[in-house]
Ligand binder design. Structure first.
Ligand code: SF4
Ligand code: SF4
Length: 186
């Protein structure tokens, strides 16, 4: 997850036949460097992304489905945008927030199914830190500046993975400044 969040790797989610995130009324953000994806998406499906001048968004139809979603899954799978390559609904389960995602029942249902094998004490410490980070981000998001404050439950979960190492030690919570600095290193 951390490698995918950092943009170094695709997520390796065993999705099977699930297309939950492709049919949950989600906008797909596409960067200016994504030539391959942009070459495979009709331009009329794209519009400028708010607050990200060089980015575009792809929307969804009346059923909440991505326009590139075909009968047998993504019609541009090998060329799909980075947003799709790195999406990982397991992050919601890892952060303990899967049941708090509003308006996305397909993703919630899938995310609630994941179970983690926490074989070692270190595994348990790591997941506890991610859950603690998510709790902090939900409680104290108003103390974070607008460019890093998580807006949605999914943002909370992703941010929790990014800053979890600040929560490995029991005791005082990190300051909003420490969390902000870590989130800005993304
Ligand atoms: S909701 Fe999860 S399992 Fe389903 S397609 Fe998306 S990432 Fe894969
Ligand atoms: S481009 Fe493909 S993978 Fe991405 S949301 Fe659309 S159908 Fe799903």
């Amino acid at each position: 997850m951390r490698r995918a969040i950092a943009g170094h790797d695709d997520a390796d989610v065993p999705c099977g036949s699930c297309v939950g995130c492709c049919s949950s009324s989600q906008f797909v953000l596409i960067g200016p460097d994504e030539d391959d994806a942009l070459a495979h998406i009709p331009p009329e499906l794209l519009f400028p992304a708010p607050r990200k001048p060089t980015y575009v968004l792809m929307g969804y139809d009346e059923q909440g489905r991505c326009p590139m979603l075909g009968e047998h899954g993504c019609s541009i799978y090998a060329h799909r945008p980075r947003t799709c390559r790195t999406y990982d609904c397991r992050v919601l389960a890892a952060a303990g927030v899967a049941d708090r995602v509003d308006d996305k029942p397909l993703i919630v249902a899938q995310a609630m199914r994941w179970r983690f094998e926490l074989g070692s004490a270190n595994d348990r410490v790591l997941q506890h830190a991610v859950v603690a980070a998510a709790s902090y981000l939900e409680r104290r998001r108003a103390e974070l500046p607008g460019d890093v404050a998580p807006l949605t439950t999914t943002h909370v979960a992703v941010a929790a993975v990014m800053v979890h190492d600040l929560f490995l030690q029991h005791g005082d919570e990190p300051s909003p400044e420490q969390v902000t600095a870590r989130l800005r290193t993304r």
